[in-house]
Design a protein around this ligand. Structure first.
Ligand code: ZN
Length: 66
């Protein structure tokens, strides 16, 4: 049972995380109100610890910059 999901914004592709079960999340990249629906978004990873979620998001962002 995972507690946090890491996913791409469907509009701009920015990687972010949210608590599993959360309904919506605002994208910090394009300000799009993302509906957290497994059929609408692409979930990259699920983790149990918010610190892991933050580290994974950082790793994805670092990879995109290079
Ligand atoms: Zn976005």
């Amino acid at each position: 049972m995972a507690d946090y999901i890491i996913f791409n914004c469907p509009k701009c592709g920015l990687v972010r995380y949210a608590r599993e079960g959360q309904k919506t999340a605002r994208c910090p990249g394009c300000n799009y109100q993302i509906r957290i629906d497994p059929e609408k978004i692409r979930v990259l990873v699920k983790v149990r610890d918010v610190r892991d979620a933050i580290e994974i998001v950082k790793a994805y962002k670092a990879r995109l910059k290079s």
